[in-house]
Design a protein around this ligand. Structure first.
Ligand code: PLP
Length: 392
């Protein structure tokens, strides 16, 4: 059976060029970057190359990049690293109500410590409106954190305007760009963003390595204390191979972004238009155009509770997609907090299919998917209506 992978928001396959960049550090180049001898200096050089490559993706300077172990760690580092510089009563943090759990759970933890957290609403088409930030921001707002693109619906957030508003009130601005980095331009020379979180495994790089952009002059308390690596901001012997892989992944993404984005938008829009014309009860979730190039989120009116069955039926045909985010697949069938935040009622918030395309997907794979999906939706609909008719 042919395997088709359409779940790139969960994770991406490694690009062979990334594997090649990593291999020396699993074979010959084993040094500890903190060692002063030749072996250490080889490793140190690899880290600095990776740092430059990641910095170039954001038009930043290499000394503004810190390596972490994940997007989750980068998010934690910002929220906890800013909050811990203040007494809880003197620190208000604003985020949105449809962030990834890496942000929301950290905010919950900070709230338990006494910090005040506000959650911005999300419009029905999946956008955090800048006006809502103006209403929520206060003199003691220290940090605003809004994701660059949502991981379930794929909608792009107006981060430049949100950052401008934050700065005008003296607050720092962070964006979780784990889904957006390498797919849309995020250039800190023209966007007043103070922190950007990134994760390599979402851009055809390895798992377990992330980065955080920290604007020059912005202070942050470390989360991990120890030997003082990464300028003391993130101690631990660096994962040299993974950093080399992340660097290469960032370099490729930056070089190929505009051509690849155009290709993915073409495939994405072809899927949306075909699904809308062939499947009468299908609807797109989230803004039609303000979305990541390869990201589609679909609902099926009257069949929302069946999304998991549709996902499993597609899997039987060799097609991997997801029902929302990988992190929440164990909660399938429950109303999604992301769709609830967008104002969906509990029935409609129960199910969605997320189809996310990536670098190695082809037109032929999209054609196969577009043949299989309408058939499976039809089959499932007849099973469900038979089930209803017999009271099962
Ligand atoms: N933030 C967003 C928006 C994500 O989609 C994810 C992963 O799905 C993360 C953070 C967590 O990244 P990581 O898997 O590197 O911890």
């Amino acid at each position: 059976m042919e395997h088709i992978y359409f779940d790139h928001s969960a994770t991406t396959p490694l690009d062979p060029r990334v594997v090649e960049a990593m291999l020396p550090f699993y074979q010959s180049d084993f040094g500890n970057p903190s060692s002063l001898h030749w072996a250490g200096q080889q490793a140190k050089q690899a880290i600095e190359t990776g740092r430059r490559q990641v910095a170039e993706l954001f038009c930043a300077s290499p000394d503004e990049i810190v390596f972490t172990a994940s997007g989750t760690e980068s998010d934690n580092m910002v929220l906890q690293g800013v909050a811990s510089q203040y007494q809880p009563q003197d620190c208000h943090i604003i985020t949105s109500s449809f962030e990834h759990p890496a942000i929301l759970e950290t905010c919950k933890y900070l709230a338990k410590l006494g910090y005040e957290i506000s959650y911005l609403p999300v419009s029905p088409d999946g956008i955090v409106e800048p006006e809502s930030l103006k209403l929520a921001i206060k003199p003691n707002t220290r940090l605003v954190s809004v994701m660059a693109a949502n991981n379930v619906v794929g909608t792009l957030q107006p981060v430049t305007e949100l950052a401008q508003i934050s700065k005008s009130y003296g607050a720092l601005f962070h964006t979780d760009a784990v889904q957006a980095a390498g797919k849309i331009p995020l250039h800190v020379d023209s966007m007043p963003i103070d922190f950007i979180s990134l994760s390599a495994h979402k851009l055809h790089g390895p798992k377990g390595i992330g980065a955080l952009y920290i604007r020059k002059g912005v202070k942050i308390e470390p989360l991990v204390h120890g030997g003082g690596q990464e300028r003391g901001i993130r101690s631990a012997t660096e994962n040299v191979a993974a950093i080399a892989g992340l660097g290469k992944a960032a370099e490729i993404a930056a070089a190929e972004m505009s051509v690849e984005a155009r290709r993915l938008v073409r495939l994405r829009d072809h899927i949306i238009e075909t699904v809308e014309s062939k499947i009468p009860n299908a609807y797109l979730i989230g803004h039609r155009y303000k979305r990541l190039p390869g990201h589609i989120c679909l609902g099926f009116a009257g069949q929302e509770g069946e999304a998991i069955h549709l996902m499993l039926a597609l899997n039987e045909e060799g097609i991997a997609i997801s029902t929302g985010s990988a992190c929440s697949s164990h909660q399938a069938g429950q109303p999604s907090y992301i769709l609830t935040a967008m104002g969906f009622d509990p029935i409609r918030a129960r199910g969605s299919l997320r189809i996310t395309l990536g670098r190695f997907n082809t037109d032929a794979e999209v054609d196969t998917f577009l043949k299989v999906l309408p058939r499976l939706v039809g089959e499932l609909r007849s099973v469900t209506s038979r089930g209803f008719a017999t009271g099962q």
